[in-house]
Structures are given as structure tokens and as C-alpha cells.
Design a protein around this ligand. Structure first.
Ligand code: ATP
Ligand code: MG
Length: 753
């Protein structure tokens, strides 16, 4: 370091400076969490621009998320000022890929205004392809085949490059054929999916030297953060771009590779040294983020993994607090406990936005959200929706709202064709028209229509069934607990079946969320009370400028850091996930362990790890044991405590009582309000649920008819044409149509001729 150092070099340690100043030739920075990899990369970007080695537009910088790109842009801006404007090539692989592809779309058979499909569109398209190819949709679902194609795209493979044997193994031997057909459909629609953003460019680079050379010239420098999570397609794309100038700097940490389920290849790190001979390998060992206890805990856990590249980590930080491992009785107590700890931190001056709660599975956020609403603690969910805002939860809530209150039109609209029951736009439009004309809720209009010939065939049957179901569930509500009712509704409506058929990680996440929803319902006396709670939660938008606690999944927390971090649900089956345990492979367990490493290393000063002795699954209490990762924490770095009387022994020793957690409550001293509430609402104690009566029954439209139509009158119906009225019953008419014969119709579709 010298006094003349430009500001962006100030404070960097020697290997970090090396990473910044070694601008020419390939550089690989391989270092553990919190060692300042991202910081060095940011300084390097500033250095390249400040020393005029390149214009901002000649540097390609890839980050893992858009948020990370924004942050890097801001930081560089602070270092070099307005020059930061005009960095079009700083972003994620997706955003950069899309920008490039738009410029050359016509070379791959697209137009520059192509659309990028989201996952839903992608599946819809896949369904069409499957049907056209007469493939058994039950055996090979759209989700499965779309997943397969993603996988191939992640590997950088076009349909022509799919290995025959691999193609044989899928879709009745038609794997590659389906892939090709899917690509054709995309082109016909002038669209592409996320995988295409890079794959098209990769294909183009390979076939069109001119285009490739243009970019090889342009990008004087290439930089990549979170390099351990690049997939093959991304790697090949980078390698082609860097081939000419070879000024590529990648930073990463093999221990933080947590996206192999999305095709990431840690092997890309080893490959780098091979493909770029003579690459400078820089190791950063000083950690600036965490206390020694936190580092030791993280290192202790990750040491259990095999095949690591291996790294040393040390810190000058003061020792600090030990990791606090807290055993609690159940989920509600976990949330209550975390809330209390955060309040206590706040009293010590910690700001809420310096606190994060990290979960393994997204359904886990619900318990915290409910608790925080109750105690008025502002929170935000990062990298996902708040629990009650997730699509499947809103769908389920819409069913419940409609059962609770048939005049809830918004709920009706949301689920009238979810899951798909053959009620297209036309049928729905019809219901709307009647409702408008009669001034009644959609549900009542639907009931009326379903008793007439306004709709035919499948649509009419479906509508009648839907109306009948809602009515039946309303009846059941008086004799059944509302959580059970919710489960029944989700089953009978076909909602769960559709998700189960998908057999994907995403669908099983949605199913978990739905289970969590019914679990939450058990804490409320009535359906009405529960729904009211939900509307309060939804309404609870904290002030924009208020400091909020962050809740997110570990995956979403990559690259971030917080003063205090709460790691919730460290129980076998939750973390490591049941999926990882079932698959049984060492590889999946090791990936879970890397997640644990990422989780712990997000913490700067305080790290809390929680595990509950009981979780409710499908309305049943099941006991759980602390995660094996808890056992892997070096003893001297942790401080264990449990809120259960008798200490850990009570819940560790004797599982014979586990089927009846209420038996333990008399002995447990740490039960809080949440726990008492849960106990008092055990199934055996619950009173029959009563639901608010709707103003009108959902079955008939009542007798309000039209004054301007009378028996014997000649009328015109928009669908059936002219006819004569032969009977009138309230708002329903029997008409003898001149072309269509006798029909029962609603008077709202009829006018005097
Ligand atoms: P991760 O692997 O989690 O992405 P990282 O290696 O990218 O971590 P950074 O996020 O860049 O680490 O840095 C971690 C923390 O250390 C940040 O708060 C950063 O500001 C700080 N830091 C980095 N380098 C230095 C340094 N030389 N001196 C002081 N603080 C530093
Ligand atoms: Mg980083």
C-alpha cells in the first residue's frame, strides 16, 4: 500500500490487490466466504475504468442476481463517479444474454422483439408439443419434459447434439424429437425460454465467426462473481468470449456451490485451470465478515465434506459470541423465541435491517410472518413472495373465502377455472353478464346458469359441479374442523392432484406450502377468524423506510451478510431436507452441507441455530431430531440451550410419548402463548366450526324476473335466435326456439323481439 493509492485500492489486502492489479491474462480467485471476493471484483472493475484500460462498455461483468448487479453498479459509481454510466454489460447471465440475443435475433430465426417465456407459458407450450407428438401425458408430464430440456440447455446441447442413448431414455424414445419440436414451436411464436438466452448465442458463436469475433474484440475484460454456480452452457459461453484476449477473472468458492440442482458444475473451477493454462490462482484467506466462533462453526461443518479444494480462513476479529443453538418445543415456539431475541437485540441497538432469518424451505416463513404480524415487527421476504401472497396459497384461500362467503366475487373469479375445468373465457363472460344484469354475486349467477341450457356439454357440467361442490363444502363446514375441510376442498377440487402429478421440486414446494396453510388454520377457532387474520397480514405493509427484519431462503441469501442471523428448523428431514435424505446419495447430502456453510457464513457477529422437537405434519404431531449438522458444529464454538424443562434429555431420550405431545405439556415449563393456544385447540377439543351465512343461498337466483317479458311473447336470444316464451320461473325462461328447439335460458340473455 502507498499513500498515493487510488481510493478503490485503499484497505485491500495484498492478495486482493493482486486480484485487482493482475488485469491481463486469466485470473481465478478461489476463496472462502467473507474474504472479500466480491469486494475485490468491484475494485477491479473500478480500476479498469479509472486507468482507462477499457471503456465501461467494454467490460463484461456477470453477477448472480440483479440485486448483486445493482449493488456493484452503485459501489463502482462511488469509486469512479459518472463514468459508471454506460455499463450495459453488467448484469446476470440472463439479462446479458437477452441483450445480446436481441441484436442478433434474426440470425437464429427470431425477431428482435422476441418474448421471453415464463415458466407457466413454457409448460403450456410443452403440453401442446406433447399432445401433438401423441405422448402419454400421464407417463411424461410437461413439467418433466420441460425440466429435461432445461437440463440439456444448461449443458449447452442443441437437439442435434443429444446423445442417442439419452434421447431414447425419455418420452417413449422421442426425447430429442420433442426437444426439436419444442424449439420449432418457440421459433414460430417468436419466443424463447431462459435457457435459450445463452444457448442461442452459444450456437451462433459457434456457427458465425464474425459475430463471435465482434464480441471477443469488444470485451477487453470479463469478470464473473459466484463462479462456482455457473453451468456448462454459461461456462462455454464465457470461454468462447474470453478466447481471444483471455482477460477473464472469475471469483468463487467451491464450498458454496448450491445450485447443482439447476445444472451448476463445480467442476468448472478445475476446468478453468485446464482451459486457461498459466492462469493466476489467487487465494484470499483473511475473512473480514465474521467472528472466529462463526468461522470455526462453519469450517467445522464443511470439513465433513469430501473432495474439497480446501482453504484456510482466519480473521482478526475479536472472538465474539458463541453460536447459540436453541432447542424449542415446536414451530410456534421457534417463531416466538426468534421474535423475542430480535426484540432483545433491538434494545441493544441492533437495527432490524441487520437481522435475517434464513430457512431451508419457503413454507417455513409462514410461522414467522404470523408471529411478526402479531407482535408488530416489520419484516420483508426476499427472493420470493410473502407466504399468503403465493399463488397456491391465494388459490386455496379463494376456495375458503367462497365457501365462507359465496358473494366473494374476487374469490370466485380466481378459482372458477383453477384447476382447469373446461370453463373458458366465454363461459366466465356469461356468468359476468348475468351477474351484472341481475345485480347478484357471480356465484349466484353461476348457479342460475348451470340450471339452464346457456352453456352446453362439458362447460355446463363443470359449472354445475363447481356450484354443487361449493354448496356441499358449505354444508360440511358445520360438521367438520375447518382445517380438515380445507384439506378436503384441496383434494376434491383436484388442486392437490394436479400438483402431485407434476413431481417437480417446485410443485412439492407448493404442496408443502398448502400443508403449512392448513397447519396455520388449526390455530384459529373458526374459518372466519382465520380469514380475517389473513386479510390483516396482507394489509400489513410496513412503512417503506422502516427498518425491517429479512426472512428468506438460504439460497436467496448467497453473497449477502447480516449482523445477526437466525437459522431456523435445523432438524433432520427439514434440513437436510427429506428429499436429500431419501435420495440417499452422498452428493445431495454434501450439497445440503454446503448450504449449511453458506447459511452460517452470512452472519457477521451473531448466529442462532434453532431446532424444534415437534413439527406438525398433515395435522399430526411428529417428533423430530436435531439436524446432523448441529452435531457437526465444534463443541467449543456453541452454547446449547433448550426451553424444555429437564433440558435436552426430555425430548432426546424418550420418544414413547411423542404421539401425544399434550402429555408433555404438564412437564414442559417453557410453553408460551403460542403453545397454549395450540394445545387448547387440539382436534379433540375443537368445537364445530360455524361459518358466516351468506346473504343469499348459492343455489338459486331467487324469483326476481323481468317485467318486460311475458308468457307467449316472441323473443330473441343471442345464441339460440328467435323463439316463443312457453314458461317463466323467476328469471328462468322456457323458450321454444325456431331453430334450436325447446331450451331453458336465463332472461338476461333474452330481449323482446
Ligand atoms: P461471499 O463468499 O459470501 O460472497 P465474499 O468473499 O464475496 O463473500 P465480500 O462480500 O466481498 O466477501 O466481503 C465480505 C465483507 O468484508 C464485506 O463487508 C466487505 O466490505 C468486507 N471486506 C472485504 N475486503 C475487506 C478489506 N480488505 N478490509 C476490510 N473489509 C473488507
Ligand atoms: Mg461475494
Amino acid at each position: 500500500p502507498s499513500p498515493d493509492d487510488p481510493p478503490y485500492l485503499k484497505g485491500l489486502n495484498a492478495p486482493q490487490r493482486e486480484a485487482v492489479l493482475t488485469t491481463e491474462g486469466p485470473v481465478l480467485v478461489l476463496a472462502g466466504a467473507g474474504t472479500g471476493k466480491t469486494a475485490a471484483l468491484t475494485a477491479r472493475l473500478a480500476h479498469l475504468v479509472a486507468t482507462r484500460r477499457a471503456y465501461p462498455s467494454e467490460i463484461l461483468s456477470v453477477t448472480f442476481t440483479n440485486k448483486a448487479a445493482r449493488e456493484m453498479r452503485e459501489r463502482v459509481g462511488r469509486m469512479i463517479g459518472p463514468a459508471v454510466e454506460g455499463m450495459p454489460w453488467l448484469g446476470t447471465f440472463h439479462s446479458i444474454g437477452a441483450r445480446m440475443l436481441r441484436r442478433h435475433a434474426e440470425l437464429v430465426g427470431l425477431q428482435s422483439n422476441f418474448t421471453i417465456l415464463d415458466t407457466d407459458d413454457q409448460l403450456r407450450l410443452m403440453k401442446q408439443v406433447i399432445q401433438a407428438a401423441s405422448i402419454d401425458e400421464k407417463r411424461w408430464t410437461a413439467k418433466q419434459l420441460a425440466g429435461l430440456i432445461d437440463k440439456w440447455k444448461n449443458k449447452g446441447l442443441t437437439p442435434a447434439e443429444i446423445d442417442a442413448g439419452e434421447s431414447e431414455a425419455f418420452a417413449h424414445g422421442k426425447g430429442a424429437e420433442i426437444y426439436a419440436a419444442y424449439q420449432d414451436r418457440l421459433r414460430a411464436l417468436n419466443a424463447c425460454d431462459f435457457g435459450d438466452l445463452l444457448l442461442h448465442m452459444l450456437t451462433l458463436f459457434r456457427s458465425d465467426r464474425e459475430v463471435l469475433e465482434q464480441y471477443q474484440e469488444r470485451f477487453r475484460y470479463i469478470m464473473v462473481d459466484e463462479y462456482q454456480d455457473t453451468n456448462t452452457s454459461q461456462y462455454l459461453w464465457l470461454r468462447l468470449l474470453a478466447q481471444k484476449r483471455k482477460n477473464i477473472c472469475c471469483v468463487g468458492d467451491d464450498d458454496q456451490s448450491i445450485y447443482s440442482w439447476r445444472g451448476a458444475e463445480v467442476a468448472n473451477i478445475l476446468r478453468f485451470e485446464r482451459d486457461f493454462p498459466g492462469a493466476a490462482i489467487i487465494r484470499l484467506e483473511q475473512n473480514y465478515r465474521s467472528t472466529p466462533h462463526i468461522l470455526a462453526a462453519a469450517s467445522g461443518v464443511i470439513a465433513q465434506n469430501g473432495g474439497r479444494l480446501g482453504k484456510t480462513l482466519w480473521t482478526l476479529e475479536a472472538e465474539g459470541e458463541k453460536i447459540r443453538v436453541i432447542g424449542v418445543w415446536d414451530g410456534p415456539e421457534e417463531a416466538r423465541r426468534v421474535g423475542e431475541e430480535i426484540e432483545s437485540l433491538e434494545r441493544q441497538g441492533v437495527r432490524a435491517d441487520q437481522v435475517a432469518i434464513l430457512v431451508r424451505a419457503s413454507f417455513q416463513t409462514r410461522e414467522f410472518e404470523d408471529r411478526f404480524i402479531q407482535i408488530g415487527m416489520p419484516y420483508r421476504i426476499v427472493g420470493g413472495f410473502r407466504f399468503y401472497e403465493r399463488a397456491e396459497i391465494r388459490d386455496a384461500l379463494a376456495y375458503l373465502r367462497l365457501v365462507n362467503q359465496p358473494s366473494d366475487d374476487l374469490a370466485f373469479e380466481r378459482i372458477i377455472n383453477v384447476p382447469k375445468r373446461g370453463l373458458g373465457d366465454k363461459a366466465v363472460e356469461k356468468v359476468h353478464r348475468v351477474a351484472r344484469a341481475e345485480g347478484v354475486p357471480l356465484m349466484l349467477a353461476a348457479a342460475g346458469i348451470s340450471e339452464t341450457d346457456e352453456l352446453t356439454g362439458q362447460a355446463r357440467k363443470s359449472l354445475a359441479r363447481f356450484v354443487g361442490d361449493i354448496h356441499r363444502w358449505r354444508d360440511l363446514a358445520t360438521s367438520m374442523s375447518h382445517a380438515e375441510l380445507a384439506r378436503q376442498i384441496l383434494d376434491e377440487s383436484g388442486y392437490t392432484t394436479v400438483l402431485q402429478a407434476e413431481r417437480s421440486a417446485e410443485a412439492s414446494g407448493r404442496l408443502e406450502n398448502l400443508q403449512e396453510l392448513t397447519r396455520a388454520m388449526e390455530e384459529y377457532e373458526t374459518l372466519g377468524a382465520f380469514l380475517e387474520h389473513v386479510s390483516l397480514v396482507m394489509d400489513n405493509d410496513a412503512q417503506a423506510d422502516e427498518a425491517k427484519v429479512t426472512i428468506m431462503t438460504i439460497h436467496a441469501a448467497k453473497g449477502l451478510e447480516y449482523d445477526s442471523v437466525f437459522l431456523a428448523g435445523w432438524e433432520d428431514g427439514l434440513f437436510p431436507s427429506q428429499r436429500a435424505l431419501d435420495e440417499g446419495g452422498l452428493a445431495s447430502l454434501e450439497e445440503e452441507r454446503r448450504l449449511a456453510y453458506v447459511a452460517i457464513t452470512r452472519a457477521r457477529r451473531r448466529c442462532y441455530i434453532l431446532h424444534a422437537a415437534n413439527r406438525r405434519v398433515y395435522g399430526q404431531w411428529t417428533s423430530s431430531i436435531p439436524s446432523r449438522f448441529v452435531g457437526e458444529l465444534p463443541k467449543e464454538t456453541v452454547e446449547e440451550e433448550t426451553t424444555l424443562s429437564g433440558g435436552a434429555s426430555l425430548w432426546r431420550a424418550n420418544w414413547s410419548e411423542r404421539d401425544d405431545p399434550f402429555a408433555n405439556i404438564a412437564r414442559g415449563s417453557g410453553r408460551g402463548p403460542g403453545w397454549q393456544r395450540a394445545a387448547s385447540q387440539g382436534n379433540f377439543l375443537r368445537e364445530p366450526t360455524r361459518i358466516v351465512e351468506a346473504r343469499q343461498s348459492a343455489v338459486s337466483l331467487g324469483n326476481k324476473g323481468r317485467d318486460d317479458i311475458s308468457l307467449g311473447m316472441r323473443v330473441f336470444h343471442q345464441k339460440f335466435g328467435y323463439g316463443q316464451v312457453t314458461a317463466i320461473e323467476g328469471n328462468k325462461l322456457e323458450i321454444d326456439f325456431e331453430q334450436a328447439g325447446a331450451k331453458r335460458v336465463l332472461d338476461s340473455f333474452v330481449n323482446p323481439a
